[in-house]
Design a protein around this ligand. Sequence first.
Ligand SMILES: Cc1cc2nc3c(=O)[nH]c(=O)nc-3n(C[C@H](O)[C@H](O)[C@H](O)COP(=O)(O)OP(=O)(O)OC[C@H]3O[C@@H](n4cnc5c(N)ncnc54)[C@H](O)[C@@H]3O)c2cc1C
Length: 734
Amino acid sequence: MGDMPTETTLKPLHVLIAGAGIGGLSAAIALRQQGHQVDIFEQSKLSQETGAAIHLASNCNGLLRRMGLFAEDIGGVECTDVIEYLPHNGQLKYHIPAKKMGEKLWAHPWHLVHRAHLHTALREMALDPNGKGPAAKLHLASRVQKLDAANATITLDDGTEFQGDLLIGADGVHSRARACIPGGDLKAFDSGKSAFRFLIPTESLQGDPKTADVLKPSTLTMWIGEDRRVIMYPCINNTMMNFVCIHPSVESQADTGDEGMSCFWQPKEIAARIDTDFSSAGWQQTGSKDRMLTIYQNFNEAVRTIIEKAEDPKVWKLLDMNQMPSFVHERLALLGDAAHPFLPHQGQGGGQAIEDAVALGALLPLGTTRHDIPERLRLYNECRYERAHKIQDFTRTAGKDAGELAAEGKKLDMMEYQKYNFGHDAHDFATNKLRQSLNAQDPTARFRSPFGFGPSPGPRQPLGLNSSHSDVQSLRQVKPETSETISVRFKTSRTYLENLLPPGFAFTSPGTLAYASISCTTLDGMTWLGGGGYNHCGLYIHGVNYTKRDGSKIFGTYLAVLFENLADPIITGRDELGMPKLFCDISAQVQGNEASIALAWRGAQFGEIKVSGLSTPQPPPAAPAAPARRMPGPPPPPPEQGQFTYRYVPAVGQPGKTDAEYAVFIPTPKPTAEPETLTTTTASAKFEARDWQSLPTIHNIAKGLVELPIYSVEEAKVVRVQGVSDVSAAERIE
Ligand SMILES: Cc1cc2nc3c(=O)[nH]c(=O)nc-3n(C[C@H](O)[C@H](O)[C@H](O)COP(=O)(O)OP(=O)(O)OC[C@H]3O[C@@H](n4cnc5c(N)ncnc54)[C@H](O)[C@@H]3O)c2cc1C
């Protein structure tokens, strides 16, 4: 088995990622964990990664947990409750026990984490030399200047060029990669709303009687007004409260100078500041507390007190963007904000970037070739395009003011949104998509029940769908497939055997004599069984023909029953070939010039065949000089062309009826190697019917074999050969 390809010999892809934000780092983790070689290029030095808290809702938290990142380990707080107060008087509007409700529905918790902590954890996981797969390489202060989707190359500002197999544009809301998608050179635009964001130590709010009452641990709290709202939630082990105060942009713009509101910075302007840390571009503009107080002057005292306590508030313009025509082109995939910038109203921006990243990883398992990439990216687009845009739309609606909703005749259905957002596993969805696509690409893929797990490995599909021809060949070289068959051909009663023939079959020769064989084969080195083997032993009726509807005939041997001592070939043979296979224990031995076969079921032996006096057959006598004159009588039967079986599948719930019932023909395969043969005429076959207790499921067959008369043994043989037919030539006759 030493030559078999293993995971470690499969060639990894070289993936180049532009942008080490939450999306880019998640993609690096997902892809390194698949075994790929990843380089990440980040324009900033990531020296002081910032941002306030962000949501890890059930849908993305599950993906992080699968990758090995647990939010509770980085100070994440599980969100247990959602409360809304009326903004002006502070009265309770509703209280939803989110955790209690969620536990009945969602597999994973909903956590609130500080963005910088999440970012750091993702970065560490991507670069960890001890993590699964090769550690990703992070190139800091490396701004991607140009991307070439056809060749998977990127050029940095300093002119350095890198080539890979796949490019990922994870360069955020002001993405450059976006322009590489035909028709995709879109710019994010002002949604009309901005957000102040700041953190306040929980202690400070707890210690203040004006705010203590509204402070509930692990709770997302909202005050939603006509066109402005305040959202508060905890992070960092409940020690910090995070605030997002969304309001009309026009009301805060005055506080931010030209520099201040540079969230629309274009790359040129960013380039001018390359010496500084750019990760915070657009996210770190200082807001004015006074302006904030004015904006929220009509909110209740608790909110105003909170605003008073805000230190170093930031203001951040909420950007939206039209839909990209596609997230992919050639060897480039966009993800996260580069593909679909999110408004913050549902806390799904980071989550959708993580979903994108994980979907990409699932679609690109180790073994994916450079050639496969454009098709895999097409699948990525299929997995992500509709979902990301639908959640974007829900988010837009969730952020609308009551007046806007009324004017547009829209209704907020947060439960419906949550069901859609949370009820998806991007990894499983993409994995399934890939499987369906691979199955569809191979029209020869064979399925059996249970079909939901994809094509079934079997004799005619060794090692499964993704195995290459060379995998099979190398296993065969290490251990060739061999067979050793002990058979006894005997003269018997045609009238008895006729009982065993299904409709359409008849004996070719007249008379009451017929020929049948008990034949037992020991197979070894079978590729589809990982080099193992098994035994089968059957009753074959010779000299049979099948008459087709057009009156033509096929001549062959009919397989009446086939015992096997392994479930797998029984299942594949019954399902794929319609063979009458059943289980029993079979032992077959050849020793010197003797051979024996024993058939039993759980210790109850019901068949014994013995062969002795085996010797190498003499070469046939030289052909007579003149053809012998044929004796008077019927002409000899035509030569047998192959083997018949009869597929019989009972109908579910309808005793005596069938779902499928038809004759199958397997043409005799051409011999691949010269067999080694021993022959004799000394043999015996003895069967015992036993009772139904000792042979509960096959006593009817044992009884039938007992009743089968053996008038005389014609020939017994032992035949050894290398190379075993996979019987793939079997076909339904009509
Ligand atoms: C500093 C910062 C603070 C944030 N704060 C919050 C917050 O408080 N709350 C919230 O909900 N969301 C916040 N976000 C947004 C949120 O993290 C993202 O919307 C979301 O996670 C999507 O992630 P992303 O990886 O697609 O984009 P981002 O997280 O924006 O990451 C994009 C990355 O690409 C880099 N980049 C851009 N252009 C280039 C280039 N040409 N070459 C190389 N690198 C490039 C950027 O420096 C950045 O690191 C913040 C984002 C940033 C960058």
